[in-house]
Design a protein around this ligand. Structure first.
Ligand code: G3H
Ligand code: 13P
Ligand code: ZN
Ligand code: NA
Length: 284
């Protein structure tokens, strides 16, 4: 199948009241694990590459791997740029064949973020590519931030609505208590903000920092309008956890395939469990 846009996947998710998993990919084994999990569970899926992933693997390799996987696949796949902060990278991804881009202008003041995001929406939509925008800062667990400071960073509902309506993005990331990386304590989520924005605008909300969010919160979030859930850290942990186990079990192994094949299988099973939690199983 040809790659599909984020808008196509999220319109269907809205109809069916589920969320589509957006899994970060950095190399061939991760791409294969994500696509195999989607095929085995009949799930629509988003493969996303960060600017760091593009720097690591190369833009042509990312597009080549994901397009090759999609050609053989029978489930719909979207290729999405994760946290594009650099306009030139966003344009390069659109030109290289991405079907969705995130423009992350969260480092700018609201007006500047709106203006820059609108510019991206204009060029992306002209060629059928979807756009995710971010209003408010979604930090990392590792950022040394106290709980009340984290609360102060939550996106005010009126800002989210203004940003959504002014930019015309297809998916909206806002700060509601999640963070990138492994949580030290379970996060306290302001799901009421998700509900308010979704109810008032119909926007498809994105959960960043999805790794480590308790299953109950994930389910509630989906009920309230979350339609895309980003998972990276858990993939790293699952894959490298098994690599470490294999290396300890076979200290004399010199064939990387003997280590990576079982790690790829463990990763695939982990992703399948996420797809079940998100409700996307059987939706393709
Ligand atoms: O949100 C960040 C993603 O987990 C990607 O991380 O920039 O290290 O590739 P990265
Ligand atoms: P986690 O690493 O916490 O899963 O967050 C991933 C993410 O939000 C990518 O944009
Ligand atoms: Zn993120
Ligand atoms: Na997280």
């Amino acid at each position: 199948m040809a790659l599909v846009s984020l808008r196509t996947l999220l319109d269907a998710a809205q109809q069916g009241k589920y969320a589509v998993g957006a899994f970060n990919c950095n190399n061939m084994e991760i791409v294969q694990a994500i696509v195999a999990a989607a095929e085995e569970t009949r799930s629509p899926v988003i493969l996303q590459a960060s600017q760091g992933a593009i720097k690591y693997a190369g833009l042509e390799y990312i597009v080549g791997m994901v397009k090759t996987a999609a050609q053989k696949a029978t489930v719909p796949i979207c290729l999405h740029l994760d946290h594009g902060t650099d306009f030139n990278t966003v344009v390069a991804c659109i030109r290289a064949g991405f079907t969705s881009v995130m423009f992350d202008g969260s480092q700018y003041e609201k007006e500047e973020n709106i203006n820059r995001t609108r510019e991206v929406v204009k060029i992306a939509h002209a060629v059928g590519v979807s756009v995710e925008g971010e209003i408010g800062k979604i930090g990392g667990v590792e950022d040394d931030i106290a709980v009340d400071e984290r609360d102060a960073m939550l996106t005010p509902v009126p800002d989210a609505i203004e940003f959504y309506e002014a930019t015309g993005v297809d998916a909206l990331a806002m700060s509601f208590g999640t963070a990138h990386g492994p949580y030290k304590l379970p996060p306290k989520l302001a799901l009421d903000r998700i509900a308010a924005v979704h109810e008032q605008t119909g926007a498809y909300l994105v959960m960043h920092g999805g790794s480590g969010v308790p299953a109950e919160d994930v389910k509630k979030g989906i009920e309230l309008g979350i339609r895309k859930i980003n998972i990276d850290t858990e993939l790293r942990q699952a894959f490298l956890g098994e690599v470490r186990r294999q290396l300890a079990e076979k200290p004399d192994e010199i064939d990387p395939r003997k280590i990576f094949a079982p790690a790829r299988d463990v990763l695939k099973e982990h992703i399948k469990a996420k797809m079940a939690l998100f409700g996307s199983v059987g939706k393709a």
